[in-house]
Design a protein around this ligand. Sequence first.
Ligand code: DX5
Ligand code: ZN
Length: 233
Amino acid sequence: MTFDRSIKIAPSILSADFANFGGEIRAIEAEGCDWVHVDVMDGHFVPNLTFGPQLCVAIRPHVTTLMDVHLMISPVDPYIDAFAQSGADILTAHLEAGPHIHRTLQAIRAAGCKAGLALNPGSGIDSVADMLDMVDLICVMTVNPGFGGQKFIHGQIDKVRRLRAMIGDRPIHIEIDGGITPETAPLMAAAGADVLVAGSAVFKGGSVETPAPYGDNIRAIRRAAEAATGVMA
Ligand code: DX5
Ligand code: ZN
């Protein structure tokens, strides 16, 4: 995984057909996504329950891009090895998931994965200032985690601007997660984000049988974001 800060679109399979993850992943990759965002939820850290390491094992053969696993679980540490062995490329843990996030990030890298740190809308960036050498990605939540299709929280835009300044030229991705559409994507790209997670805005209108809308939706988000950064493909 070589680092570059070009805009990446990471569809979240939380909005996909739960009866056909393999087909959905093949479809979004064929339609031009850059990463596959996998929303793991434990019904404890967030008020929803999705899937665990076994799902990641099952979908790994279908992911040819990058498996970006978002761990909305607490505790995190007991499950790191299982998710790492499932083939996850990035494991993102929440700052709020427990008292020892530094140890969690160490354990994620020790298990051979890239380490991501997610911040809920209520968490400031000061807490990450002393861990910039521990992370490969910082995920700024623009919804309160647990569900797809929620409304984008505009108050997070300035947080991303300040985070971008804090990161400087370190090889750390800024990922935005929640409520990303062609309307909100440029706001975050202009603020300095480079990875845009989108569930409902990518999967709407399409299916495994008729995947063309997936490509249209991905292109619409990408074009809007790139226009805001002055980079046109
Ligand atoms: C929410 C998840 C997000 C969500 C995005 O807890 O972390 O990844 O699935 O879905 P949309 O793009 O529909 O807000
Ligand atoms: Zn997510």
